[in-house]
Ligand binder design. Structure first.
Ligand SMILES: [Zn+2]
Length: 76
Protein backbone atom coordinates (compact mmCIF):
# COMPACT_ATOMS: atom_id res chain seq x y z
CA UNK A 1 0.00 0.00 0.00
CA UNK A 2 1.42 3.32 -1.00
CA UNK A 3 0.47 5.98 1.47
CA UNK A 4 1.05 8.97 -0.78
CA UNK A 5 -1.78 7.84 -3.03
CA UNK A 6 -4.20 8.57 -0.22
CA UNK A 7 -3.05 12.14 0.26
CA UNK A 8 -5.21 14.60 -1.64
CA UNK A 9 -3.30 17.20 -3.60
CA UNK A 10 -5.15 19.94 -1.78
CA UNK A 11 -3.49 19.03 1.46
CA UNK A 12 -0.06 19.75 0.22
CA UNK A 13 1.19 22.92 1.85
CA UNK A 14 1.38 25.86 -0.49
CA UNK A 15 4.57 27.56 0.43
CA UNK A 16 4.36 30.69 -1.62
CA UNK A 17 1.18 32.50 -2.46
CA UNK A 18 0.99 33.77 -5.97
CA UNK A 19 0.27 37.44 -5.81
CA UNK A 20 -1.92 38.06 -8.78
CA UNK A 21 -2.41 41.74 -9.30
CA UNK A 22 -5.13 43.25 -11.46
CA UNK A 23 -4.07 44.66 -14.84
CA UNK A 24 -2.54 48.10 -14.44
CA UNK A 25 -1.39 47.48 -10.90
CA UNK A 26 2.36 47.09 -10.79
CA UNK A 27 2.87 46.51 -7.08
CA UNK A 28 0.64 46.35 -4.06
CA UNK A 29 1.72 46.58 -0.45
CA UNK A 30 0.70 43.39 1.30
CA UNK A 31 0.37 45.26 4.58
CA UNK A 32 -1.54 48.47 3.93
CA UNK A 33 -2.86 47.68 0.45
CA UNK A 34 -1.28 50.68 -1.22
CA UNK A 35 -1.01 50.23 -4.97
CA UNK A 36 1.52 51.36 -7.51
CA UNK A 37 0.29 52.04 -11.02
CA UNK A 38 3.25 53.88 -12.48
CA UNK A 39 6.93 54.66 -12.01
CA UNK A 40 6.28 57.41 -9.53
CA UNK A 41 4.18 55.13 -7.37
CA UNK A 42 6.91 52.53 -7.50
CA UNK A 43 9.19 55.02 -5.80
CA UNK A 44 7.14 54.52 -2.67
CA UNK A 45 7.91 50.83 -2.63
CA UNK A 46 10.96 49.10 -1.25
CA UNK A 47 13.59 48.25 -3.85
CA UNK A 48 14.52 44.67 -4.56
CA UNK A 49 16.07 44.08 -7.96
CA UNK A 50 15.07 40.44 -8.36
CA UNK A 51 11.39 41.25 -7.88
CA UNK A 52 9.03 42.30 -10.66
CA UNK A 53 9.57 46.00 -11.46
CA UNK A 54 12.49 45.86 -9.03
CA UNK A 55 10.23 46.45 -6.08
CA UNK A 56 8.81 44.41 -3.26
CA UNK A 57 5.12 44.20 -2.44
CA UNK A 58 5.92 46.41 0.51
CA UNK A 59 5.72 50.16 0.65
CA UNK A 60 8.32 52.27 2.34
CA UNK A 61 5.86 53.43 4.95
CA UNK A 62 5.24 49.91 6.18
CA UNK A 63 8.89 49.04 5.79
CA UNK A 64 9.74 52.09 7.83
CA UNK A 65 7.26 51.13 10.51
CA UNK A 66 8.81 47.69 10.74
CA UNK A 67 12.44 48.73 10.77
CA UNK A 68 12.00 51.95 12.68
CA UNK A 69 13.81 50.55 15.65
CA UNK A 70 16.98 49.81 13.71
CA UNK A 71 17.45 52.88 11.57
CA UNK A 72 16.35 55.92 13.37
CA UNK A 73 15.24 58.78 11.17
CA UNK A 74 16.51 57.98 7.72
CA UNK A 75 13.16 58.35 5.98
CA UNK A 76 11.72 61.21 7.93
ZN1 LIG B 1 2.25 49.67 3.07
Amino acid sequence: MEAWLLTPLEERPTQKRVTDLPPGILRRCTICGKEAIDEMDLEKFVKRPRDPHGRMNLCKDCHNANSRVKKKRMWK
